[in-house]
Design a protein around this ligand. Structure first.
Ligand code: PLP
Length: 371
C-alpha cells in the first residue's frame, strides 16, 4: 500500500488538456507579465469571493504583508495572530515591520478565540489576522465585534479556505478590510508554482496594493513609495483562471472524502474535524485528527506506506526565531494551543484520493487503536 500525504500528479493528468490550452494561449500572446490573463483572473476571483477587487501577487506570504502595508500599518504596530497557524503568517507580519501578538485558539474550531484576542490587545495593537485554518472559517462575528470595540482592522487569511463559507453564508475573504489568499500548489485553488492574491472592497487599498506589488510605482517608473516585485505571471494567472471554474467541484469532492473519513473513524479515541452539519461551509483543506498517541499513530501509518503530516508542531510563540529574541512579540495564555500542537495529525485528503484509499487509511487507523 502506498498512499502519499499529498499527490498532485492525478489532478494535473485530469486537467492536462485545459492546462496546455491555457499555457499555449500565453505563449501565443507573447505577453508574460501584467497582461490580459492577470486582468481576467483578478476579475473572476473578485467575483468568486464577492468583493470589488482582487490584486494578484507572487505568493500568500506577500499577500499578507502587502495587505498590512496597504492598510497603512506602520512599523512597530502589533498584529494579533493565532498561536496555531502556518509559519508564513509570522514572517508576513515581520516583513511588514509589524510585531506579532500570539493569541489562544478555540480548541473546538482551531481558529482564533475572540475572547483571547480581547485579552492580548495593547495600545499598539492595530489589526487581527483571522486565519481560516484547515478550511474552516473563524468566528468572524466575534472577531469583528472585538475589532470594533478596540478599533482594530480585521484582515482575513484565506490561504486554506478558498470557497469556504461561514454559518451566515459569507464567503471567506468577503468580510475583512482585506483578505489574503495563497495559491501554493497544494491549496484548494493551487497554481503550478507560487501565487497569491489580496481581495478588498476598498478601492484605495486595492490601488495601493497595485503600486506596492510593482516597485511602489504609479505611474510606471515613478516610485511613490518603497515597493516590491510581487507580480503573478501570466501562465499562473491563466491556469488559476481555468482551475477557479473547477473549485466548487473540487471542494465538494473534499467534503465527500472528509465525510467518509468521519464515518469510518467514528467511535475511536480521536478528536475528529466537525461533521458537515456542524460546519457546512468547511472546505477541508486538511483533514486533521487529534490524539495523545499522535507520534505512534504517524509511525504506524508510515510503516504501512501511508503518509501523514503535522500542521503545526510548534506554536508561534515557541518558534526558535522568537524564543531566541530575534524579534519582539507578546503572547497571552496559550495552554490550549500548546496542548493541541502535541496531538495534531493530518491524514491524506486531496481531490484525487479515491474512496478506496480513504477506506484503507481508515482501516489502518482502526488497526492502530485495536493494537
Ligand atoms: C494559513 C496560511 N497563511 C499563509 C500562507 C503562505 O502562503 P505562501 O506559501 O503562498 O507564501 C500559507 C501557506 O503556506 C498558509 O497555509
Amino acid at each position: 500500500m502506498n498512499i502519499p500525504f499529498n499527490s498532485l500528479k492525478e489532478q494535473v493528468a485530469a486537467e492536462r488538456a485545459a492546462i496546455e490550452a491555457a499555457v499555449e494561449r500565453v505563449l501565443d500572446s507573447g505577453w508574460f507579465l501584467m497582461g490580459p490573463e492577470l486582468t481576467a483572473f483578478e476579475a473572476a476571483f473578485a467575483a468568486f469571493v464577492g468583493v470589488a477587487q482582487a490584486v494578484a501577487v507572487a505568493n500568500g506570504t506577500e499577500a499578507i504583508s502587502l495587505a498590512l502595508r496597504a492598510l497603512s500599518l506602520a512599523p512597530g504596530d502589533e498584529v494579533v495572530v493565532p498561536a496555531l497557524t502556518a509559519p508564513p503568517c509570522y514572517h508576513a507580519i515581520l516583513a511588514a515591520g509589524c510585531v506579532p501578538v500570539f493569541a489562544e485558539i478555540d480548541p473546538r474550531t482551531y481558529t482564533l478565540d475572540p475572547a483571547a484576542v480581547d485579552k492580548v490587545c495593547g495600545p499598539r495593537t492595530r489589526a487581527v489576522l483571522a486565519v481560516h485554518l484547515y478550511g474552516r472559517m473563524c468566528d468572524l462575528d466575534g472577531l469583528a465585534q472585538v475589532c470594533r470595540e478596540k478599533n482594530l482592522l480585521l484582515v482575513e487569511d484565506c490561504a486554506q479556505a478558498h470557497g469556504a463559507t461561514d454559518a451566515r453564508g459569507r464567503t471567506a475573504g468577503s468580510v475583512g478590510a482585506a483578505a489574503a489568499f495563497s495559491f501554493y500548489p497544494t491549496k484548494n485553488l493551487g497554481a503550478l508554482g507560487d501565487g497569491g492574491a489580496v481581495v478588498t472592497n476598498d478601492p484605495g487599498v486595492a490601488a495601493r496594493l497595485r503600486r506596492l506589488r510593482q516597485y511602489g510605482e504609479g505611474p510606471r517608473y515613478v516610485c511613490r513609495e518603497p515597493g516590491a516585485n510581487s507580480r503573478m505571471d501570466e501562465i499562473q494567472a491563466a491556469v488559476l483562471g481555468m482551475r477557479l471554474t473547477r473549485l466548487p467541484e473540487l471542494n465538494a469532492r473534499r467534503r465527500l472524502l472528509a465525510a467518509r473519513y468521519a464515518a469510518g473513524l467514528a467511535g475511536l479515541p480521536l478528536v475528529l474535524p466537525p461533521v458537515p452539519e456542524e460546519a457546512p461551509g468547511h472546505v477541508h483543506h486538511l483533514f486533521v485528527v487529534r490524539t495523545p498517541r499522535r507520534d505512534d499513530l504517524a509511525a504506524f501509518l508510515k510503516e504501512r506506506g501511508i503518509g501523514s503530516a503535522v500542521h503545526y508542531p510548534v506554536p508561534g510563540h515557541a518558534q526558535p526565531m522568537f524564543t531566541g529574541g530575534l524579534a519582539p512579540y507578546r503572547a497571552g495564555e496559550l495552554t490550549a494551543t500548546e496542548g493541541i500542537c502535541a496531538e495534531l495529525l493530518s491524514l491524506p485528503l486531496y481531490p484525487s484520493l479515491t474512496e478506496a484509499q480513504v477506506d484503507e487509511v481508515t482501516a489502518a487507523v482502526r488497526a492502530f487503536f485495536a493494537s
